[in-house]
Design a protein. Sequence first.
Length: 120
Amino acid sequence: MKDYILGMVERQFADLIWENEPVSSRELVTLAGELLSWKKSTTYTILRRLAERGLFRNENGTVTSCISREEFLARQSRHYVQDSFDGSLPRFLAAFTAQEKLSADDVAALQQMIDQSKGD
């Protein structure tokens, strides 16, 4: 199952968990009610789905993540580049920079990442 693909509402709920974890399931119901206008049953249904996908767990009434938000975003990004650009990061960057020019700070940050990933 592709745990890095979430709908907009699932992503909002996931962000809610990441921002508040560890969070009691009771508090999560309250937060989801306030921020997403969800009922208790909706909260538990979506939580169960995301737990089945390996993103979160609900143990003894405490909800925590199985992967961090950063790991989720990394998986989602890899999936997007793989599906949209045949896994080619240079093709992705070429498409991105065709419409959006990089600032000097962006170039410097990218160069630093490239240098660090070389492992020299």
